[in-house]
Design a protein around this ligand. Structure first.
Ligand SMILES: Cc1cc2nc3c(=O)[nH]c(=O)nc-3n(C[C@H](O)[C@H](O)[C@H](O)COP(=O)(O)OP(=O)(O)OC[C@H]3O[C@@H](n4cnc5c(N)ncnc54)[C@H](O)[C@@H]3O)c2cc1C
Length: 459
């Protein structure tokens, strides 16, 4: 039995698995974490080696099937023990792992509309410049991961309805009964109202399949890309695409990138750095019309300006997938409403990840998901490990200007950012409350301080 350990980067979800190493960075399979050079950085987001955290009890070992007690099939179960998880993103897999770690025997079925491939979603906005295809990003297929965890998996099965009274799911491939249910349904990219005969050609990337479609589209003579939205994902794609040789224009109704998240000085610096790489910014407006033209597409902006482009990629924010829960009678706010045990408004149903709203917030980041999964696993085991919301650690994965920000509240005034260091090669801003740090933003060479600062943050 191997005793390899796994370490996680909370800023982006990257897992360093000692068994697999990090061959792209020259770390052979089997390289122990302790033997990694100190200057190694997370290959996804660039945080330092010391910022990764040991994952508990890893790797997960499936319980050997008991000869006299075969695992029953999903439909026949419906017992209180029987856990059904809907969704095979990081949230769905994290719950399966957390529950299995506590309970080697519980029957678990994971059902998903997608193929259930295990991959790091944050890598989607970095992969182009690295020359990585959708296939290159896959860490494991669904059947392999399910076998490792000792769970049952059904992929390409969309759940259409939940009947909480009968504890029954209606899916495109028949009914499934559950004892407990976890909704890990994710979110989708917001669709902006755009007129014109090419409005349907606007692309959005929020999963492996749409990244594959983007790569295919780019390979068909695209030179110029228009990105809608100068938020985290829009800026990351802009940096990635310019590095990969595309001309990029970003359109955003606000006046600066990552509006409301960064100290204004840092937002200006980010804008200049990307402009230096050739990114063209169109602030204070939005795309109102998109039509096919003789060559490529003709985009008309709200302020009347026009531009020629070959492809439009929308990154205008995420909308939690709440429709299934709403039509099944679960309470909905911005997301599926849950308490701090991640319990929904009806008995024996939980939700987590990008689809869930807890303490008034939807946390569309990797770090909270694992803690939410632990809260669900603890509740199922009859204990409490309630999810405590923390301000997210947001790492902008723009190699041209790396920065990390932890902003305690969205309605914060920009005047609350106090400059501690402000130089072209690196800045550090803090938000202080009485005697402690409540938030910070670091960039450039100071971005490596993010992990240690985050550990000192208190609300
Ligand atoms: C380009 C990009 C970069 C990002 N970078 C970062 C980053 O650097 N750091 C960070 O913390 N976060 C980042 N994020 C956000 C992070 O990736 C997400 O918060 C996280 O992956 C969400 O996981 P999830 O499992 O909740 O949702 P998803 O991954 O969306 O999974 C949802 C699952 O539900 C399934 N499903 C939905 N509806 C149904 C149904 N009716 N029936 C059956 N199955 C259904 C889907 O098929 C899918 O398997 C990034 C996101 C993107 C898109």
């Amino acid at each position: 039995m191997s005793d390899f350990q796994r370490w996680i980067c909370d800023a982006c979800g990257f897992i360093y698995d000692e068994a697999k190493g990090d061959p792209d960075s020259g770390l052979a399979p089997g390289t122990r974490y302790a033997d990694i050079p100190d200057d190694w950085q997370c290959p996804l987001c660039g945080l330092s080696k010391g910022d990764l955290r040991l994952l508990p009890d890893t790797p997960v070992k499936p319980a050997p099937p008991a000869p006299a007690r075969q695992r029953p099939s999903a439909e026949s179960r419906g017992s209180a023990e029987h856990l059904v998880i809907v969704g095979a993103g990081v949230a769905g897999w994290s719950v399966a792992e957390a529950v299995r770690r506590r309970d080697p025997e519980r029957p678990i079925l994971l059902v998903s509309a997608c193929q259930g491939l295990v991959y790091p979603k944050p890598a989607l906005s970095l992969a182009l410049a690295q020359g990585k295809s959708a296939v290159d990003l896959v860490e494991a297929d669904a059947a392999t991961r399910a076998a490792e965890l000792g769970i049952e998996i059904r992929t390409e099965v969309r759940v259409l309805k939940i009947d909480p009274q009968r504890k029954r799911l209606t899916t495109v491939k028949g009914a499934i009964e559950y004892g407990s249910l976890v909704l890990a349904l994710g979110a989708r990219q917001r669709e902006l109202p755009i007129a014109g005969d090419a409005a349907g050609a606007v692309m959005r990337v929020n999963d492996l399949a749409s990244y594959k479609a983007l790569r295919e589209r780019l390979s068909r003579g695209v030179r110029h890309v228009t990105i809608l939205g100068a938020g985290l994902i829009g800026c990351e794609f802009a940096d990635d695409m310019t590095t990969a040789g595309y001309q990029v224009c970003i359109i955003d109704p606000q006046a600066q990138p990552l509006f409301g998240l960064l100290p204004p000085v840092m937002a200006r610096e980010l804008r200049q750095r990307l402009a230096g790489k050739g990114v063209e910014w169109c602030f204070g407006t939005t795309l109102s019309r998109l039509d096919h033209a003789a060559a490529g597409l003709r985009a008309v902006l709200e302020d009347g300006a026009e531009l020629q482009t070959d492809l439009v990629l929308s990154a205008a924010g995420l909308v939690p997938n709440t429709q299934l829960a709403a039509k099944s009678g679960l309470a909905i706010g911005k997301g599926i409403l849950v308490d701090n045990d991640m319990c929904c408004s009806v008995a024996d149903v939980y939700a987590l990840g990008d689809c869930a709203e807890v303490s008034g917030q939807v946390f569309a980041f990797i770090e909270p998901i694992r803690r939410q999964a632990e809260a669900i696993a603890a509740h199922l085991a009859g204990t409490h490990e309630r999810f405590m919301p923390l301000p997210p650690l947001v790492r902008l994965k723009t190699p041209s200007y790396p920065l990390t920000v932890c902003r305690p509240a969205a309605n914060l005034s920009d005047a609350e950012w106090t400059p501690i260091a402000d130089a072209p090669d690196g800045s550090y801003f803090e938000i202080r409350r009485e005697d402690h740090i409540a938030g910070f933003a670091v960039s450039g060479r100071l971005a490596t301080e993010a992990g240690s600062l985050y550990r000192r943050v208190r609300l």
